[in-house]
Each structure stands twice: as C-alpha cells, then as structure tokens.
Design a protein around this ligand. Structure first.
Ligand SMILES: NC(=O)c1ccc[n+]([C@@H]2O[C@H](COP(=O)([O-])OP(=O)(O)OC[C@H]3O[C@@H](n4cnc5c(N)ncnc54)[C@H](O)[C@@H]3O)[C@@H](O)[C@H]2O)c1
Length: 323
C-alpha cells in the first residue's frame, strides 16, 4: 500500500515509516518540521507542509491509499498553559486534514491517540471501556478528534483505527531513529540529559502516591512495538472495520523503578531530587492491551530493559555526532 505518514519526521512516525518500508509498503512523509527533524525522514520522500494546508494535503492524498496521522502538539503541561495552540493544531488542523481525506478517495485512516483520553481511570489496568474523561486540554483535543472519526465513519464510510498509546519509549534497534524532543519532557531521555549535566537534577514528582514505592506508575511501550501495531492496523483496515485500541504492555513501572533500571543498564548515577506532585498526574496508568492483542494478533515483545538500552544507545550516538 502507499501510505501518507503525516508527522513522519517525528519520533513515533519515523519508526512507523521504517516498519512500513520493511513490510514493502511505500511511504510518503508529510510534516511541517515544527517538532520533527528532516534527518528522521532521511531516505523517504518528504513533503514539507502543514496539515491545515488543504491544497497541499489534497495533492499528496491523490498518490496514496491510506493515511497515518501522527502530527500534533503533545506536551500536557504546555496544553494547560496554552490550550489555544492545542485546539488549533490538534483539532482545527486535524479536521482540515480529515476533511481533505474524506474529500479524496482515501478511506483508511490511523490516528495517534493517547491514554490521556481516559483522564483519571476508574479501574487499572485500563480497558477501552473506561470512560473517556480527559483532565487536560491535550487529552480533550485527542478525544475531540476520536469523536470526529466516529462520526465520519458513520457518515462517510471512513474506516479508522485510533491507537491509544501509553508511554512510548526506546529507539529503533538498527539506530535509524530515536527520540529527539526539545524541550524533553519524557522520563527516560530526561534522565539521560541529567546524567550528562545537560539539565538540572531529574525531578521526581511526588513520593506519596498510593503505589508500591510512592512514585507514579506508567506503562512504557517500545516504539518499535508501536510501529509493528501500525503495520497490522493497516491490514486490519483492509478488512473494512474500525477500532479504538490501547497500545501498552500491561506492565507498570514506577519512577523509582525506571531510575534504578537506567542506572543499572548505563552504569551511571542519575542526579535527582524530590519535587511536589504535578497537578493532574494520576497515580497509575497501565493498559489492558488484550483487545489490541486479539484484534491485531499483536503483542508488545520488547522488554523494559530493551527500551532503556536502545534509548541509551540512540542518545549516546547522537551525542557523539554533535560533539
Ligand atoms: N510520545 C508518546 O509517548 C505519545 C503518547 C501518546 C500519544 N502520542 C501521540 O503520538 C503522536 C506522535 O508523537 P511523537 O512523540 O512522535 O511527537 P513528535 O513531536 O516527535 O512528532 C510529531 C510530528 O508532527 C509534526 N507536526 C506537528 N504539527 C504539525 C502540523 N500542523 N502539520 C504538519 N506536521 C506537524 C512535527 O513536526 C513532528 O514531526 C502525537 O500525535 C502524540 O500526541 C505520543
């Protein structure tokens, strides 16, 4: 299939682009490079454009059979401080893209959603049945887009998969892609920056949560496992169905657990300090991934140790290049 990977110069999209190519799909990347990097799109055709540019999007759509939509603003804290930016890009921009899709012949669409659509879960592990009650503008913007997909499916025969990612982490085993956000807010690459003194000591936000060691628990999924699910999602769309699926491992890791695993694997101490809880941080977010496993015949295969090791290798090789 020919696939337009929108946001394919970013962290997750670039991994999916490589996974698609490995399965003999053709990839065209569409990205405005706002947070992405042309280097991550290297080896692929890259159209530099914005999702809100309907003419540019429509012309790209004429050449493809399916769309994968990764392009979004994705910092929870920033979404609280500047919700306008999030509704503009993730909803208004996203709808411009979606409208261009339904005005074209393309009817297969894969969307990067998030566990943030659940807000504070009623039950953990979280199934897709959990009420969608996001607690920040980022999560609301993603839920609005999910709702649009559901309505467009009914009205226009669009077929979609909304993948609700838990915490994406790790890097491509071949070293072709990895995480490069600025500023970095994700725990594992932030810990690497702290090791190298490139940021102040790593802050642990709260140690009095009702969890095993008092720190927040999250479900870290290797980005290559996410990428594999996208390839299978495309095959699922060929059968004419739509779905909303959690992508996680079903295993939780506390912040302390993440820190000690990083220290063990890298052999380096992480400068760290305790800090107050962050507003709106649920104690535990762990997926029940069984619906995705049954629907796609997929399972997250990479271990947490592989996540840390591949992320470290990627970060160290980037650092060597920059020096
Ligand atoms: N990283 C995670 O743990 C995580 C978890 C849940 C959901 N998600 C979602 O997955 C998607 C990808 O996340 P990521 O971590 O790879 O982020 P990223 O910032 O690395 O990638 C996003 C890409 O989209 C591009 N983009 C943004 N706005 C655009 C626009 N208006 N027009 C064209 N291109 C645009 C950026 O330049 C970037 O290349 C996002 O939608 C995010 O909300 C990520």
């Amino acid at each position: 299939m020919r696939v337009l990977v929108v946001g394919g110069a970013g962290y997750i999209g670039s991994h999916v682009a490589h996974a698609l190519r490995r399965r003999n799909h053709e990839v065209v990347i569409y990205d405005n490079l706002s947070t992405g990097h042309a280097a991550l799109a290297q080896g692929f055709e890259l159209i530099v454009g914005d999702i809100s540019d309907s003419a540019e999007v429509s012309s790209a759509l004429r050449r493809v059979d399916a769309v994968m939509h990764f392009a979004a603003c994705a910092y929870v804290g920033e979404s609280v401080a500047n919700p306008r930016k999030y509704f503009q890009n993730n909803v208004v921009g996203g709808l411009a893209l979606l409208n261009a899709v339904v005005d074209s012949k393309v009817r297969k669409f894969i969307f990067s959603s998030t566990c943030a659509v659940y807000g504070v879960p009623v039950r953990v592990p979280i199934t897709e049945e959990n009420p969608r009650l996001p607690v920040n503008p980022y999560g609301v913007s993603k839920l609005m887009f999910e709702r649009a997909l559901e309505a467009y499916e009914q009205a226009y025969g669009l077929r979609f998969v909304s993948f609700r990612y838990f915490n994406a982490a790790g890097a491509d085993e071949d070293g072709k892609a990895g995480e490069d956000h600025n500023p970095e807010t994700h725990l594992i690459p932030s810990a690497f920056e702290a090791i190298h003194g490139e940021r102040p000591p790593l802050e642990i936000y709260g140690n009095d949560y009702p969890t095993q060691d008092g720190t927040c628990v999250r479900d870290y999924i290797h980005v290559s496992d996410l990428a594999d699910a996208h390839v299978l999602g495309l095959e699922y769309l060929e059968q004419g169905h739509s779905a909303a699926l959690n992508l996680g491992t079903g295993k939780g890791h506390s912040v302390r657990d993440v820190i000690s695993t990083i220290e063990r694997i890298t052999g380096r101490a992480i400068p760290k300090r305790m800090a107050a809880r962050r507003a709106g941080d649920p104690p535990e977010l762990v997926a029940d991934p069984s619906l995705a496993e049954r629907t796609l015949h997929w399972k997250a295969r990479r271990s947490f140790e592989e996540i840390v090791a591949t992320a470290w290798n990627w970060a160290e090789s980037r650092r060597a290049l920059i020096r």
